[in-house]
Design a protein around this ligand. Sequence first.
Ligand SMILES: Cc1ncc(COP(=O)(O)O)c(C=O)c1O
Length: 298
Amino acid sequence: MSREPGHVWVDGEILPAAAPHVSVSDRGFQLGDGIFETLRARRGRVTELAEHLARLHRSADGLGIELEAGTDDRIAGGIAALLAAEALDGADADASIRITVTRGAWSGRGLLPPAGGLRPTIAIQAWPVGPPPPGHLEVGLHLVASAVRRDPENPLATLKTTSRADYVHARLEARRAGADDALFLTLDGHLSEATSANLFLVRGRGLTTPDLACAILPGTTRSWILEWGRRAGLEVLESWLTTRDLAEADEAFLCSSVAGILPVTSFEGRPIGTGAPGPWTLRARRDREAFIAGGAVP
Ligand SMILES: Cc1ncc(COP(=O)(O)O)c(C=O)c1O
């Protein structure tokens, strides 16, 4: 489903989506000096809003962007107003939401922000969520390794900053290779994550995912899956994994707030498991979608 958004929320106001909203001097535009969150809302109810806001604060702290008291309430109110303006809060509505916070506009030059700080720019956008692209559920995703390596020692590696050039580069690498997405490896060759999702492997009754120290974003869906796996009786492990673990897995899947859980069925042209989406993957997807819809999860 592709529908152009009619409105955006910027610094407390609902504005036409097409209008100019942000200063050319904004450090988000100039330097990628900002942070963001992407979330999902069914029927106007935002999934795991508190977890996303907590991560937004961690990212802000990591970059030294000061968020004033009351920011969370403003954002929650902004989301509700925008979903209503976009008619994305009805009984059948399924929306993805992006919250972007930049350090703010600064007319001076250079990297260093002024000592007194700036007033952050906060923007919220929303789009309808449609079904996954054809083949993503039935056939699964084909992944390649990105040439971009992740450094577990980089203090920014676990923050959701708007400096996304590495991720865009990796996604373009995947497209050039005819793949659906790229996997980042760490400097020493361990599995990290995909360009906008965390990775899980299933082998026997073991459910493993790269450890938080593997330069990954601590995904909200990842946390949910870890709990889900324990409840489902799987042996859940966060660990340092290699491409060999991926090659020997029965199943692999990616997970993120908006796309949910998507099977991965090949890596670098070689099939994973049977080469078809596996039963644990499809069960995880079904249960996660039921959770997002507000239903009970077995
Ligand atoms: C790099 C990266 N890893 C993982 C995720 C998954 O995080 P979450 O489950 O909180 O959406 C995302 C989400 O956009 C991401 O950008």
